[in-house]
Ligand binder design. Sequence first.
Ligand code: R5P
Length: 297
Amino acid sequence: MTSLVLALPGNEEAAVEISRRTGSESGRVAVRRFPDGETSFRLLSDPRDRPVVLVCTLDRPDEKMLPLLFAAATARDLGARSVGLVAPYLAYLRQDRRFQPGEAVTSALFAQLLSGAMDWLVTVDPHLHRYHGLEEIYSIPAWVVHAAPLLSSWIKANVREPVVLGPDAESAQWAEEVARGAGAPVAILEKTRRGDRDVEVSVPDSGPWRERTPVLVDDIISTGRTMIAAVRALRLAGCPPPVCLGVHAVFAPGAHEELLESGASRVVTANTIRHPSNDVSVDGLLAQEVTSLEVDS
Ligand code: R5P
């Protein structure tokens, strides 16, 4: 039977695209807050005997998690055959070890919560640093789609004479793949992070590519401190104003504005989190992945 695609609040655009491209039905939910701050959740479409696909990107996850868990449980309660989640941005992956004594390893705890509620999960470029794959913490099938080919195409279409730059060692995995696809040279900068907002980036040797347009590529832009420090270091090294290209536009309050003011020529992100900087759409990739899952099931 045709899948029922349900958008949690704020995910309507992505859900409509996914249901249109997969030929599924777009269902409806009603979510509101009671005056005491509790959540009221209502499923307005019938999930009986159908695969249900919930669409909910998971930036600002704390406020989104309860409505999402209620949606999954209610769909099951009303007879859904299966419940899967499309989460274009998957949160809590950066807390991947106990950095301080007594600290919660929230990546694993969050994964347990989602694994208990969903039958499968699809996401875009999860921030895997010390984990090798989502299967290390998720006990459900978790599929990953990669935005790199889309970022490469964006660079090819929009930047003349680019050099792709990863702002730190962790970003090398994305930057190198994006550079290959764009047919551009690549270099990795050096980052020292002393605190959430205390970041220093240095440029090793810009000699070989100083005349090219720097395109900084990272998976997440959150406080923007990494990108801002990289932009400043590149400008000090005499490079042209860099383009900042990110997959997930997490953007803490004020971060986007500060990044634009720091000397970046342009800030562009994929639409895993809806934001004014979005100029790369992952909807097609997500729809393809959901279609292949349905074919397999
Ligand atoms: C590093 O862990 C990530 O790849 C990003 O560089 C980081 O998450 C960016 O964070 P922020 O924008 O807060 O510097």
